[in-house]
Design a protein around this ligand. Structure first.
Ligand code: SAH
Ligand code: DHB
Ligand code: MG
Length: 218
């Protein structure tokens, strides 16, 4: 039966359907296209969120009326542009990137997309950069999309520095299919989920690699 299939993980969409829905709901203007295509042009990994996931981020920013956002893992700025464009005029995105090359490319893409004045690209390991952002807390949204073995630390930081009602979002929440593995990254990602499920109203949205979304409880 249809419902039982979908509940156990079967997917009805195929590549053509995904492409059509992306085109209708989540198409790219020049700024988004430049950032999305950047990995191929600039020889960095093509590991940005998909178009519909990026659009979901944009919608979530709008839904909570976020003004202050922290992103962990910038890459070329694709997800950052999605979120920054949904910010109000006086909003701000701090996005953290370990690789200087990625940060340089992202700054160029933020400028092309017209959001450079709203975005601070912070270069360094996120665990060292996050404490420097605490002066701007509380935040409305924290999006975690960097080294998977530290997700539980990023989640703990987010819990401390989000406002009540603020969002914690984690990409790759199925850990490329290894969420249940007996590994450090598996344990870190499971702890990220379990901690979030206690302090947040939470769900793991079944995107291709899972996206954890939580609203901080009061
Ligand atoms: N959010 C981006 C994709 C991020 S890919 C998008 O969807 O467009 C993950 C990024 O995290 C990579 O650029 C990688 O260099 C960076 N990264 C990995 N470990 C990190 C760390 N410890 N601190 C900050 N960034 C890190
Ligand atoms: C990788 C990282 C990501 O954030 C992602 O969405 C896909 C792949 C990676 O490190 O390989
Ligand atoms: Mg990711």
């Amino acid at each position: 039966m249809a419902d039982r299939d979908s509940r156990s993980g079967a997917r009805y969409a195929n590549e053509d359907i995904f492409r059509w829905a992306d085109e209708v709901h989540a198409s790219h203007d020049e700024g988004l296209a430049a950032a999305f295509d950047s990995p191929d042009q600039d020889d960095i990994p093509a590991i940005q969120v998909g178009a519909s996931e990026g659009k979901l981020l944009e919608l979530l920013v709008r839904m909570v009326g976020a003004r202050k956002i922290v992103e962990v893992g910038t890459l070329a700025g694709y997800s950052g542009i999605r979120m920054a464009r949904a910010l109000p005029e006086d909003g701000r995105l701090w996005t953290i990137e370990y690789e200087q090359k990625h940060a340089d490319i992202a700054r160029r893409n933020f400028a092309k997309a017209g959001v450079a004045e709203r975005v601070d690209v912070m270069v360094g390991p996120a665990l060292e950069v996050l404490p420097t952002l605490e002066q701007h807390a509380p935040f409305d949204l924290v999006f975690v999309d960097a080294d998977k073995g530290n997700y539980h630390h990023y989640g703990a930081w987010a819990l401390q520095h989000l406002r009540v009602g603020g969002l914690l979002i984690g990409d790759n929440a199925y850990l490329f299919g290894n969420l249940l593995a007996d590994s450090d990254r598996g344990r870190a990602m499971r702890q990220f989920h379990e901690d979030a499920s206690k302090a947040f109203h939470s769900v793991c949205v079944p995107t291709p690699d899972g996206m954890m979304v939580g609203i901080k409880k009061g």
